[in-house]
Design a protein around this ligand. Structure first.
Ligand code: NI
Length: 138
């Protein structure tokens, strides 16, 4: 286990009340664990901003009947094949497909791929979930 340090924090009563309300809603057992997660979240954002090697998932929902759409999505994924770890495709119903693409590599390339996929005409929903390689986090 890593070395724990205690420190005290001063903040406005109202801010603390709202923080406690939020972490209670999110089922945190104590403020320390909630604060750790907030710090980790911020460090992950920093990893992405600094273009470090990160991981993430891109989720897409689209109608596969849309002319040229599937070809465009496939062409883009081939263009970025070096950062794509795995792709899962689910046929949600007669028309709609859900695709989850797991990506790992330099943050800017992951961002680029997600933006390009989302921008393809006919994509109904596109989302990039920023995760981390986990190496810099405790
Ligand atoms: Ni499908």
């Amino acid at each position: 286990m890593s070395h724990l340090v205690r420190f005290s924090v001063s903040l406005e009563k109202e801010l603390l009340r709202r923080f406690d309300y939020r972490i209670n809603e999110q089922r945190y057992k104590n403020r320390s664990e909630a604060l750790r997660d907030l710090i980790r979240e911020d460090l992950v954002v920093e990893e992405w901003q600094k273009n470090e090697k990160v991981a993430g998932t891109i989720t897409l929902v689209y109608d596969h009947h849309k002319r040229g759409l599937v070809q465009k999505l496939t062409a883009l994924q081939h263009e970025y094949h070096n950062i794509i770890i795995s792709t899962q495709h689910i046929h949600l119903d007669h028309d709609n497909c859900l695709e989850v693409i797991i990506v790992h590599g330099k943050a800017h390339f992951l961002d680029q791929l997600a933006s390009k996929l989302k921008a393809v005409k006919g994509v109904k929903y596109g989302n990039l979930a920023m995760a981390t390689s986990g190496k810099e986090l405790v």
